[in-house]
Design a protein. Structure first.
Length: 276
């Protein structure tokens, strides 16, 4: 993974942690999630007419990813309704790198070097340490179940998109079509359920979250066209470092020694992946 690709993925990780923090900080996590996706769809609708279409071979993957990511968004909102950012976010993102690494070998045919595997392992160990630390603090069992289930969906759509974006020939267009299609069911939910007063309160943060969300995944998909999917997925999980910092600074969550050491392990894992 080149230095340029690494920086792009790290920027995407920061943006991803930031929009999740905005959803968690919102008074209604489900509405905040819906508005982020609707805003992302609006951005896509404005830009797509000026971009070339993705290759036909990628459309089945766009369809499969749309369904998978819709489920991801629903579980995301549910987990944040009952759990903290510093608990649910590590669980959701934690199991995904190993699942993606195993899946990319079996489904995509990527054979990772020993060094990249070591980096994936370090990142995953750091994340698992965060998970154990969160459990020791007595967080919601329901949040744990929802977050772990969401980790499976994260691994699934990452692998699907890793294949689809390469077939598309147009990583930006591929990402924007995903944003547009995912926005449709969320828009229907907002029209049916949301009250005008709720919308006015949450629109400013939702606009920022939508921009961050679209940019974060577009950057990740672009990186997957030039680096192994498992390596990109592992580096993306450094969003946990950013989420931990945002949780402490913005949401005033307690950062323990174990959590800080886990962040160091993940940073070391990123360095190992970069050097290989």
């Amino acid at each position: 993974m080149s230095a340029g690709v690494l920086l792009v993925v790290l920027l995407g990780a920061l943006l991803h942690a930031s929009w999740n923090m905005l959803v968690k900080a919102a008074p209604d996590a489900r509405l905040a999630t819906a508005l982020v996706y609707v805003g992302g769809g609006l951005i896509a609708a404005l830009v797509l007419p000026f971009l070339p279409a993705p290759a036909p071979a990628s459309w089945p993957y766009i369809a499969a990813a749309t369904v998978t990511e819709l489920g991801y968004g629903m579980l995301l909102a549910a987990a944040y309704r009952v759990g903290d950012l510093s608990h649910a976010y590590p669980l959701m993102r934690g199991a995904a790198p190993l699942l993606v690494a195993l899946g990319s070998g079996a489904l995509i045919g990527e054979h990772l070097s020993t060094g990249v595997w070591a980096g994936v392992g370090l990142v995953s160990c750091g994340i698992l340490s965060m998970i154990m630390d969160a459990r020791s603090q007595g967080h919601s069992a329901a949040a744990t179940r929802l977050a772990l289930l969401n980790a499976i969906l994260i691994a699934a759509y990452t692998t699907i998109d890793g294949i689809g974006v390469r077939l598309s020939g147009q990583p930006v267009t591929y990402s924007l079509w995903l944003s547009l299609l995912i926005a449709v069911p969320w828009l229907l939910w907002v029209v049916a359920r949301a009250q005008p007063a709720q919308l006015r309160r949450q629109l400013p943060s939702a606009a920022v979250g939508a921009t961050f969300s679209v940019a974060a995944y577009t950057l990740a998909l672009w990186a997957m066209t030039g680096a192994p999917v498992a390596a990109v997925a592992a580096v993306r999980e450094t969003s946990l470092i950013f989420a931990t910092a945002l949780g402490a600074i913005v949401l005033h969550e307690r950062v323990t020694r174990v959590r800080a050491l886990a962040a160091v392990a993940m940073a070391l894992g990123v360095w190992v992946i970069r050097t290989h």
